[in-house]
Design a binder for this molecule. Structure first.
Ligand code: E4P
Length: 218
């Protein structure tokens, strides 16, 4: 499974990259706002900085909600760097835009996906990635991981090449559950990625090894 980090924070992206396991980055308008990045020029500069930090795909979201606006913005975004993937919301004009982008060799991430039907439309339009939002479904008492599993099965059954990118991951357990249902990618906060490392038996085992080494080596 590929690991993306879900943030626009350069320090966190750098830290995840330095771990050596990062495959890409996803951003959204809320994450960009959290970093205080305003104005199209600054946003574009920021996307380029992110692309220069990591080797993999970087999702940059369109703000327009109409077809022509999405096409215009998407073209501007992909011109910034070859690793940019245009993130498009799962609405009617978004599906039309994904169809346009896929027919013109532009990669897309269909975002704000909350049902199998939406994921079906995204795949039929040729999305590169589809992003079911696990945590936000759990927040309303639905089962986010189950949706990821249903989409994985549907894509395998019909042989759609669209990759299932589990999004809105809130904690380490979500990552493990997404592995269990076969997600292609999980985009996670840094804390959830680092959480995978934690185990008290690793810590106590290491302490014991070092203590035993010292006993004979001083
Ligand atoms: C997806 O790419 C979104 O950026 C993100 O995962 C949303 O997560 P949230 O529900 O924690 O805001």
């Amino acid at each position: 499974m590929k690991f993306f980090i879900d943030t626009a924070n350069l320090a966190q992206i750098k830290e995840a990259h330095e771990l050596g396991v990062l495959d890409g980055v996803t951003t959204n308008p809320s994450l960009m706002a959290k970093e205080g990045i305003s104005g199209v020029e600054n946003q574009h500069k920021h996307y380029v900085e992110i692309c220069n930090l990591v080797q993999g795909d970087v999702s940059a979201e369109v703000i327009a909600t109409d077809y022509e606006g999405m096409i215009r913005e998407g073209k501007e975004l992909v011109a910034l760097h070859p690793n940019i993937v245009v993130k498009v919301p799962c609405i009617a004009d978004g599906i039309r835009a994904i169809k346009y982008f896929s027919s013109n060799g532009i990669r897309t991430n269909c975002t704000l996906v909350f049902s199998t039907g939406q994921a079906l439309l995204a795949a039929k339009a040729g999305a590169t990635y589809v992003s079911p939002f696990v945590g936000r479904l759990d927040d309303v008492s639905e089962n986010g991981v189950a949706l990821v599993g249903e989409i994985v099965e549907m894509y395998r059954y019909y042989d759609y090449p669209t990759q299932v990118l589990a999004a809105s991951i809130r904690h380490t357990r979500h990552i493990i559950q997404c592995v269990e249902v076969g997600a292609d990618v999980a985009t996670c906060p840094l804390s959830a990625i680092k959480g995978l490392l934690k185990h008290p038996l690793t810590d106590s085992g290491l302490a014991q090894f070092l203590a035993d080494y010292k006993k004979v080596n001083g």
